[in-house]
Design a protein around this ligand. Structure first.
Ligand SMILES: Nc1nc2c(ncn2[C@@H]2O[C@H](COP(=O)(O)OP(=O)(O)O)[C@@H](O)[C@H]2O)c(=O)[nH]1
Ligand SMILES: [Mg+2]
Length: 461
């Protein structure tokens, strides 16, 4: 696109790596390549999308800064839609910074966060939901999260939105035709036939909005905290779920002092699993502080695994913990199922609030019941048993709000038509629904929202 300046950034992460890539986008890209790059073999002109070997040379001093591979890609068939230069340097922070400084000297300016992707959006290479998916791909925490983001990036969601948008445009055309008809003939109601079509679109919007819950969980994950008295097997359980020895397991109560946090993939959802110090009556101020911190964790957890030792009867501390836990989403877990059982499960159930999910019996030491436990976590998070994720899904609250708003507008339009209100009012509502859908793909998104979205990206993306 004409009129935009040329931007440059290091596109690879900070630190030492095999290679580091500097990316340049804008009209000055080719000029910068000509100025800084000395090809290993004589080169008349850059062929677009070809890789060339050579050196980056500082024009003022003639010093060779790095031995590189460069690619010049002429717009519009590039990520940003603009002429793009990529310099593959050696992945050292000093080399990259020095080369970037020369690139800036030669006519580029340092890019802002997400500016490459923003240009891709502004130049029509991606719609807004696809641009957002790029960030989701980079930050995905599970293979399922990455796959959902790739689907959105490939335009699956955009296609679905576009189809809904077309259906809404048809509804609007129907209303407008009826308005013209009424003006010509003085007949008022001619739109009643459209009502089922309204409902079909509204249902479609709701079903897409309903993918948000799972989509968001897959993208952002949840936190699960393992809590219970000292020595019930919390650290053993963390290790068992992780499949590695992460936390120290010891028969001496109070071995775990700090929070130990690890992420595991449970049915595609990244779960931050926290092992905690045991809950007990504090004997000094340090212990009290520790217990206070623990309760803070429990309050913010999405799910608490309340671990009990099945080889012992419920203790007063267990009971106290149970009472304090009442408001939490908790799964009662009875550990040490391999030992003779002493815990009275009926008494335990009586202490738990109604609606608490079934108690899961496990042996953290030998691995029994762990699959059932991870299933219980999965079910609890989703509130429904795991279902297949449709290819078109949303994971962004912004998208959910826009879909619901569109559905509400259509609902009001439908009701207005049904009640015999003037068709012009329904037409207004339907137009608003279109605007709302346009916010997802970026047709009608404000500059402010755009800035906020791209500010979440890293520099160089
Ligand atoms: N028999 C048996 N012992 C267990 C089981 N889980 C943990 N233990 C033992 O209980 C003790 C305390 O375990 P640990 O994980 O450190 O408990 P924490 O204090 O709750 O973190 C250790 O000696 C473990 O080997 C289990 O399922 N069966
Ligand atoms: Mg422990």
């Amino acid at each position: 696109m004409i009129g935009r300046d040329t931007i440059a950034a290091i596109a690879t992460p900070p630190g030492i790596g095999g290679i580091g890539v500097i990316r340049i986008s804008g009209t000055a890209a080719e000029g910068i390549a000509r100025r800084l790059f000395r090809a290993a073999r004589p080169l008349e002109a850059f062929l677009s999308h070809h890789l060339y070997h050579g050196e980056i040379v500082a024009p003022e001093t003639g010093a060779v800064l790095d031995d590189v591979l460069v690619t010049l890609m002429k717009g519009p068939h590039t990520y940003t839609g603009e002429d793009t230069l990529e310099i593959n340097c050696h992945g050292g922070p000093m080399i990259l910074r020095t080369v970037l400084a020369e690139v800036v000297q030669a006519g580029a300016r340092p890019a802002a966060r997400g500016e490459f992707t923003k240009r891709a959006f502004l130049n029509g290479r991606l719609d807004l939901s696809q641009a957002e998916a790029v960030l989701d791909m980079i930050t995905a925490k599970t293979p399922e999260g990455a796959a959902a983001a790739v689907n959105r990036r490939m335009g699956k969601l955009s296609g679905r939105i576009e189809a809904i948008r077309n259906a809404v445009i048809n509804l609007l055309a129907g209303i407008e035709a009826a308005i013209d008809f009424a003006e010509d003939d003085g007949v008022v109601e001619a739109t009643g036939t459209n009502l089922p079509a309204f409902q079909a679109v509204i249902d479609d919007l709701h079903s897409l909005a309903a993918t948000y819950r799972r989509g968001r969980l897959i993208r952002e994950g949840i936190s699960v905290v393992i809590a219970g008295r000292p020595n019930v097997g919390k650290s053993s359980l963390l290790n068992r779920i992780l499949g590695e020895k992460r936390a120290i397991v010891n028969p001496i109560p109070g071995t775990t002092r700090d929070f130990i946090e690890e992420t595991v993939n449970i049915g595609g959802i990244p779960v931050r699993l926290t092992d905690t110090a045991g809950i007990h009556d504090p004997e000094n101020s340090i212990e009290k502080e520790g217990i206070d911190l623990l309760w803070e964790r429990l309050v913010t957890a999405d799910v608490v695994l309340l671990l009990l030792d099945g080889s012992m009867a419920l203790t007063p501390v267990d009971r106290e913990v149970l009472v304090q836990m009442q408001a939490r989403l908790l799964i009662p877990v009875i550990n040490k199922s391999d030992l003779p059982q002493q815990l009275d499960e009926k008494m335990l159930r009586d202490l738990l609030p109604e609606g608490t999910p079934a108690t899961v019996r496990i042996s953290a030491k030998y691995g029994d019941g762990i699959d059932r436990l991870t299933e219980a976590i999965h079910e609890m998070i989703l509130a429904t048993p795991a279902e297949e994720m449709p290819a078109e899904s949303i994971a962004d609250l912004r998208h959910k709000v826009a879909l619901e708003k569109a559905a509400e507008c259509l609902g009001r339009a439908r009701k207005g038509l049904y009640d015999g209100l003037p068709s012009e009012l329904a037409a207004l509502e339907v137009r608003e629904a279109l605007d709302s859908l346009g916010e997802i793909t970026g047709r009608t998104t404000s500059e402010e929202v755009l800035d906020r979205i791209f500010a979440n990206f890293c520099v160089g993306k």
